[in-house]
Design a protein around this ligand. Structure first.
Ligand SMILES: [Zn+2]
Length: 260
């Protein structure tokens, strides 16, 4: 097994355009990565369904993914996402499942505590949702999140200010979502994968199976999977130094080994 922490295509010098916050906005809002290279990025949201086969797949194929975890989904509290209804693994591994992904180099990012529509919340309630989730993730995963994905993609100027005060670096949206069965639903009229696209999936039952179909589809179209953290850094998004946890250390050669 190679260095899974560095999975995915890395940007070439000068390849990635600069990402900036919009005028007056507290943080950049990102729906795609500015590149012409045929590279796309995979993100997976919520956390209701914790299919163990998916962790194996990420490990075996060293797939670069970024996870946006919602506390209530991971801990199987509240009302499950309809997409998880009748599933086999609802809340099965709680945070341990995400620690397994973390150990494969997967960043675990902020998707709020209860998955509300932030359009309906004032600053204090947004702060509870966003900063609260950042704190839970820091405690359970051992690394503070750097990115926020607002539920349903709905955010306000307040969301950006609150997220920045919680120590987050950017809001990450998406260009296309992937349905059960690996079918891609585009938000753009031309219905094609484009360089820099960010794809959204959910932790659903059968995620491993759907994911294999998707990976093959992406490969057939001549696209690579990119390392999102490295691309965001190349786009000069200000991320914390240790955004991606290092892969578990390989056993060190004992320094006191006597010469053979
Ligand atoms: Zn969600």
């Amino acid at each position: 097994m190679g260095a899974v922490g560095a999975a995915g295509a890395l940007p070439r010098p000068g390849e990635v355009g600069r990402i900036r916050a919009g005028s007056g906005a507290a943080l950049p809002v990102i729906s795609a990565i500015p590149t012409r290279r045929k590279v796309v990025f995979l993100t997976i949201d919520d956390g209701w369904e914790q299919d163990p086969g998916f962790v194996r797949l990420v490990r075996e194929r060293a797939v670069p993914i970024t996870v946006f975890a919602t506390r209530d989904a991971v801990e199987a509290r509240g009302v499950p996402d309809p997409g998880a209804a009748g599933g086999r693994y609802v809340g099965a591994g709680k945070w341990a499942y995400f620690r397994e992904l973390r150990d494969l180099g997967v960043p675990i990012e902020d998707h709020t505590l209860t998955h509300p529509n932030l359009w309906n919340l004032g600053p204090a309630a947004q702060r509870t949702e966003i900063c609260g989730a950042a704190g839970v993730i820091a405690g359970e995963i051992g690394r503070r999140p750097a990115l926020l994905r607002p539920p349903f993609g709905n955010y306000t100027g307040t969301t950006l200010r609150v997220a920045r005060r919680c120590g987050l670096s950017a809001v990450l949206l998406w260009t296309a979502s992937v349905q059960p069965g690996g079918k891609i639903s585009y938000q753009t009229p031309d219905k094609r994968l484009r360089p820099g696209d960010i794809l959204l999936l959910h932790f659903r039952a059968n995620l491993a199976r759907d994911f294999r179909i998707l990976l093959d589809k992406i490969e057939r179209r001549g696209f690579e999977l990119g390392n999102l953290d490295a691309y965001l850094r190349a786009a000069r998004v200000r991320l914390p130094v240790a955004s991606v946890p290092t892969a578990p250390p390989t056993p060190a050669v004992p320094s006191a080994t006597p010469p053979a």
